[in-house]
Design a protein around this ligand. Structure first.
Ligand code: ZN
Length: 166
């Protein structure tokens, strides 16, 4: 499963709700977890594999067995904000500090269609907010400071030049 890079237009779409119990969705989630692990990421959203669907996976360790699939999530960040260095599998080699709240509440469905509620801090809170943004078509470059956006402009230009429509 190929990770989609900036500036693929799928990354800017608001993605659609899914039926957690469909066999196709289970298979997609399994493949997303493998792709995340192979790419040495700690999170991956469905638009990043070219599917505009409300699914992301998060694994604080990057290990397959620690991966949590979030389907149709609703996310409520809270607490004090702080900067933390983020990267994104759709923006190879680009990193920058992003300011976000430290904690997050999430209501989501698991692969059995059960509604789950959870609260996270630290790295998982960060991953959840970053990946949830992907479902809304929001990219981490949009949350960078003007100075960081200026600094990474050449890298974005390179990605734009390398981009080939799928
Ligand atoms: Zn990302």
């Amino acid at each position: 499963m190929q990770v989609v890079y900036y500036p693929d237009p799928v990354l800017k779409l608001r993605s659609a709700e899914v039926d957690p119990r469909s066999e196709e969705i289970r298979e997609l989630v399994r493949e997303m977890i493998e792709s995340m692990h192979e790419s040495q990421g700690v999170g991956l959203a469905a638009p990043q594999v070219g599917r505009s669907l409300r699914i992301f996976v998060a694994s604080e360790t990057g290990e397959i067995e620690d991966a949590i699939p979030f389907l149709n999530p609703r996310v409520e960040p809270f607490g004090p904000t702080k900067p933390f260095e983020e990267g994104c599998l759709s923006f190879p080699d680009i990193r920058a500090p992003i300011v976000r709240p430290e904690r997050v509440r999430v209501v989501y469905q698991d692969l059995d269609g059960n509604e789950r509620r959870a609260e996270f801090g630290e790295l998982t809170a960060r991953i959840v907010q970053h990946e949830y943004d992907h479902l809304e078509g929001v990219l981490f470059i949009e949350r960078m400071t003007p100075a960081d956006r200026l600094r990474i402009r050449p890298d974005l230009k390179t990605l734009e030049e390398q981009f080939r429509p799928r």
